[in-house]
Design a binder for this molecule. Structure first.
Ligand code: ZN
Length: 302
């Protein structure tokens, strides 16, 4: 498994552990970069009235078919060490992360790594997700993007309580209600329960001898926001995943969790909720997130 990076094993391992049939991961950055220009041109062509929404998605699907062929040649064999997997490219035309009262067009190609025998079922879910996005665009209704978030959360095997709480907050924010973003809820909890301080200590080279704190198990997937760091369902998934990964690869679970903690720490710092002196050695012209992640991966390699 040496040719596979820790983040890839950490993500794709959830499929092998039978926790999900699908994870989001991009092992083909050159393909997504290659389609970025045509994809952006297509969206601006649609926005300028050169063609219909139906034609736009027709072109997008052609790009996806091209990418699927490319992926076949580039998938590293080692990816199938634990379970037969396949990668599915999928384009989003709207930004589904930022909560806004209006639609934000931000086309990008994403990859889903899927258990091969479940490919058809996953494609069906992806089609549902596309229909939800299409309906948001047709009705110019940002609230409808929360449907995209809901389908994606369940597709990725996240606990239902976490998906519905994420979707509720996103929807309320799209309606203009004064509720915190799911990221902010977790960031505040992360500081409150001491995880921010522990993460800073780890980055400074002071690894805790007591192992991972209970709440950190809820951060078992990259880009996943549990309903709470104390969510019993998320912690349980994290615990069983930890047992599984520890049995097949040393330190991968620990490293993945530490990387996710560093990523939440970056959210805390970038939101201005937390201050730490580790920024001292950081450059001003690069994001805290990219620098803290580089530091963590350097630390974990050694
Ligand atoms: Zn939950």
């Amino acid at each position: 498994m040496k040719a596979l990076t820790i983040p890839l094993i950490f993500e794709a391992g959830r499929i092998a552990a039978n926790l999900t049939d699908c994870v989001m991961y991009n092992p083909f950055p050159e393909i997504s970069a290659g389609v970025q220009f045509p994809l952006s041109r297509l969206v601006s062509g649609y926005l300028n009235g050169h063609y219909s929404l139906k034609e736009l998605y027709g072109y997008v699907e052609r790009l996806e078919r091209w990418a699927r062929e490319e992926v076949k040649f580039r998938t590293p064999k080692q990816l199938n060490t634990l379970v037969e997997l396949t990668a599915i490219p999928f384009c989003f035309l709207l930004n589904r992360i930022i909560s806004s009262q209006s639609l934000i067009f931000a086309p990008e190609m994403q990859f889903y790594i899927v258990r091969q025998e479940r490919e058809k079922a996953v494609l069906k879910m992806l089609q549902k997700m596309r229909n939800a996005e299409l309906s948001a665009i047709k009705k110019a209704d940002a609230r409808k993007i929360s449907k995209v978030n809901e389908i994606e959360g369940l597709l990725l095997g996240y606990p239902e309580c976490c998906v519905s709480s994420f979707v509720k907050l996103k929807k309320e924010r799209a309606e203009g209600k004064n509720v915190p973003s799911p990221e902010k809820v977790i960031a505040e909890e992360f500081i409150e329960c001491g995880l921010a301080k522990i993460t800073v200590d780890v980055i400074k080279g002071k690894l805790s001898p007591n192992g991972l704190p209970e709440e950190s198990y809820s951060l078992f997937a990259t880009n996943f926001y549990p309903c709470s760091l104390k969510c019993a369902n998320a912690i349980e998934v994290g615990r069983s995943y930890g047992h599984f990964l520890d049995s097949i690869a040393e330190n991968v679970f620990f490293s993945g969790i530490i990387a996710n903690m560093a990523s939440i720490l970056a959210v805390c710092v970038e939101m201005g909720l937390y201050h730490t002196d580790i920024v001292k050695g950081f450059k001003r012209d690069a994001s805290f997130h990219s620098q803290v992640m580089a530091k963590v991966y350097e630390l974990l390699r050694n």
